[in-house]
Write a protein of this length. Structure first.
Length: 342
């Protein structure tokens, strides 16, 4: 008798979407519409923005004037801003010739244009639609909260676009890392908090710095991975300027500074004391620290989805754990009524 094994059924949609969100790469087989746009927008990294918004919302939830509706609108706004940023970066980098088929952007995941998933015009149109939706959200928030919404929103958009767009191209001038610290720190957290509450105390700006440091560490790791490609193109990211060894030390410093900043914010009452749950991320920091002490491997480990990125993935795993624990601490504080008021 011959055993006949029935062909396995294709994975369900939720499994396919989870695969994209885990790896940034499309699942095998037919690419459904949702999976396609999750790949095109690099939705796998959107949790970084979701965490920034959660920090803002949890700091705001017990403040006078807190509006759940306006907070939700602002949270959607910063998520769409991140989507727009990803789309525009891919568009501008391919336009100026930075992104090629041999550049890391097209190696760790399909490049929207170079892979043929979408045309340049389609990518530009998608970015325009997302920006128009975000503009509508900003108008609604402006009507409710006033001109500071415009100032914060325009500043965030300008820095996001200038990261890769001519003529500034901040990434090329060693300013991309500072750009990310400002956007994922004071602008995202501060802007979302202001939209939710209608005010922006200095403590919230201070409280935005720790998570901004984590996001900057991820970008540092990514730029370390890309030194061999960026330097010949004249893309002078901070790791290109500093060199790999010093850049790895700086990335470690940013990760360690996160914990120092959390403690400092608790001391000055910019963060409630349950935020110290963030220290549960130290075991992941130890592993990341050791990896940053060693050269990048010559070949990717088995089932490593984002090669040739290596240090970026290590920093991202630490950021995900440490950021999630910070949010958990703020959830505990909000539930227990522990506020940051003097």
């Amino acid at each position: 008798m011959t055993d006949v094994t029935a062909p396995s059924s294709p994975p369900g949609l939720l499994t396919r979407w989870r695969e994209v969100l885990r790896t940034t790469n499309p699942p095998e087989g037919h690419l459904d519409v949702v999976s396609r746009w999750l790949v095109l927008t690099r939705a796998a990294v959107l949790p970084m923005t979701l965490t920034a918004g959660a920090v803002a919302g949890l700091l705001a939830v017990r403040a006078d004037g807190f509006s759940p509706g306006l907070f939700t609108l602002a949270l959607v706004g910063i998520l769409l801003a991140h989507v727009s940023n990803n789309l525009m970066n891919d568009l501008f980098d391919v336009e100026v010739g930075s992104d090629t088929e041999s550049y890391p952007r097209a190696l760790y995941a399909p490049h929207p244009v170079l892979s043929g998933m979408i045309t340049r015009g389609g990518l530009a149109g998608a970015a325009l639609i997302v920006n128009l939706i975000d503009l509508g959200i900003m108008v609604v928030l402006f009507a409710a909260r006033g001109w500071p919404v415009i100032a914060l929103g325009v500043a965030g958009f300008a820095l996001s676009a200038a990261y890769t767009a001519p003529p500034l191209r901040l990434k090329k001038r060693g300013l991309g890392e500072l750009d990310v610290l400002l956007v994922w720190g004071p602008l995202m957290v501060g802007g979302t908090y202001y939209s939710a509450v209608g005010g922006l105390p200095w403590r919230v700006i201070a409280a935005s710095i720790p998570y901004g440091l984590l996001c900057t560490a991820v970008l540092m790791g990514k730029h370390i991975d890309k030194i061999a490609w960026d330097e010949p193109q004249g893309i002078r990211t901070l790791p290109v300027l500093l060199g790999e060894r010093r850049s790895r030390r700086l990335t470690q410093g940013l990760m360690a500074a996160y914990y120092v900043a959390v403690v400092a914010c608790v001391v000055v009452r910019a963060l409630p004391w349950p935020a110290l749950l963030a220290f549960g991320g130290l075991p992941v920091l130890v592993r990341a620290w050791k990896a940053l002490d060693e050269p990048r491997p010559q070949h990717p480990p088995a089932r490593f989805p984002v090669w040739p990125l290596w240090f970026a993935a290590i920093a991202f795993l630490h950021t995900r754990r440490a950021g999630a624990l910070l949010v958990l601490g703020l959830v505990v504080a909000a539930a227990a009524g522990v506020t940051i008021r003097a």
